[in-house]
Design a protein around this ligand. Structure first.
Ligand code: GDP
Length: 195
């Protein structure tokens, strides 16, 4: 669907650096190490495309990728890093708030949650921010290949319960494994279907 038409556009560190607000866009958020780069690579069919966002210095940037000429995929910096300097965290939170509340073309945020761990306190912060910004968000469980069915069902129940407290939550949860490819086509179709 998007393979071959995905390009890294730019890393943004301030609202003034955002591209024109004239395409449909979706953003991806998740705790560091949740599997965000792997998922974006699997989605776009391009190895290493999201690696740029994991290189030092790039981690605090909002990274824009073009999906064809009608859409943007926006890779938000991972959160919850241990040892992150507080001034950096504060600066990042300010930019994130501005971005989420000011972006007309943002159709949906995908919040990545590790299928082994469920929604944690650090995730709740961004879910709250998405509620406040009235940005519809959808949970994507990552690394589904790492859990057995009964464990996965327990986590799904926990995630559903957490989502029920968030007015901006989209009810359908997407299960994915970047390793096995599970759920990738589904997620692509969801993004392609947003208008
Ligand atoms: P990020 O920090 O959120 O960008 O996370 P990465 O994409 O770098 O992934 C973190 C670690 O989890 C890496 O060691 C990946 O190989 C691993 N990982 C990511 N996705 C999957 C998956 O679907 N299945 C398995 N088994 N491992 C994964």
């Amino acid at each position: 669907l998007f393979a071959g038409e995905v390009e890294f556009l730019k890393g943004v560190v301030a609202m003034s650096g955002l591209p024109a607000d004239d395409r449909i866009e979706v953003c991806f958020a998740g705790r560091s190490n949740v599997g965000k780069s792997s998922l974006i690579n699997a989605l776009t069919g391009r190895k290493a495309i999201a690696r740029a966002s994991n290189t030092p210095g790039r981690t605090q940037e909002i990274n824009y990728f073009t999906l064809g000429d009608e859409r943007y995929l926006v890779d938000l910096p991972g959160y919850g890093y241990a040892n992150a300097p507080l001034d950096k965290v504060a600066k990042w939170q300010k930019l994130l708030k501005q971005y989420l509340s000011g972006r007309q073309s943002l159709r949906r945020a995908f919040v990545l949650i590790d299928a082994r761990h469920g929604v944690k306190a650090v995730d709740e912060e961004i879910l709250k921010l998405l509620d406040q910004s009235a940005v519809t968000f959808q949970c994507v469980l990552t690394k589904a290949d790492k859990v057995k069915a009964h464990e996965r069902d327990k986590v799904l129940t926990q995630v559903r319960s957490a989502l029920s407290k968030h007015p901006a939550a989209y009810p359908e949860i997407v299960l994915t494994s970047s390793e096995k490819g599970d759920g990738i086509a589904n997620l692509r179709a969801i993004i392609a279907g947003l208008i």
